[in-house]
Design a protein around this ligand. Sequence first.
Ligand code: DX5
Ligand code: ZN
Length: 218
Amino acid sequence: MHPIRIAPSLLAADFTKLGDEVRSVEAAGADWLHLDVMDGHFVPNLTFGPFVCAAIKKVATRPLDVHLMITDPWRYADAFLDAGADLLTFHVEVAGNGDVGALLAHIRSRGKLAGLSLQPNTPAAALAPWVEQLDLVLVMSVFAGFGGQKFMPEVLPKVAELRRLGFRGEVSMDGGIGPNTIAAAAAAGTNAFVAGTAVFGAPDRTARIAELRALARS
Ligand code: DX5
Ligand code: ZN
């Protein structure tokens, strides 16, 4: 069993005071900090790159869980590892653009954890060739690109399918996770929970993270 991890997504933070936001969610009990990197190509939205990741690393004390929603992770992986990514996850839907196994091995060779993510319409079986090389699978419970979307319960069976494929690493879920959805994600076998709106939008972030953790345990 992997530990429960609550990973606030900084996409929902106030970017005019990013350092304060990082300190706030760490003080509130965050286990990981989730960084959503979008290239305007793999997804329609654009966010930030290694420069902002490095700035966050200067104030962060928790691991940086970097989610690359980009078409060419081969080109940028080292920049994010240099910028302080502790877990580096890219999307299996870009597998046609390069050697997935080589990039996973490269991330691990740099002493970091390697992950692959699945869009809601990509089956778990798409990861079959790499299950032994993965530290984490990030199951998207919304289509990647924007915060604040509605949770898609139809992705839940993928967690059991990943286990049937022999995957033994951590399973994270991302999109629409909050007090009304986290228990279902946990019951499906998820151990790491990305939450943007539910944490940053809460009036009391400490209480919200405690609530999410308790619901994930229940
Ligand atoms: C979506 C991102 C998510 C998003 C989650 O592309 O990967 O991490 O920020 O936001 P909420 O928790 O608001 O759905
Ligand atoms: Zn994400």
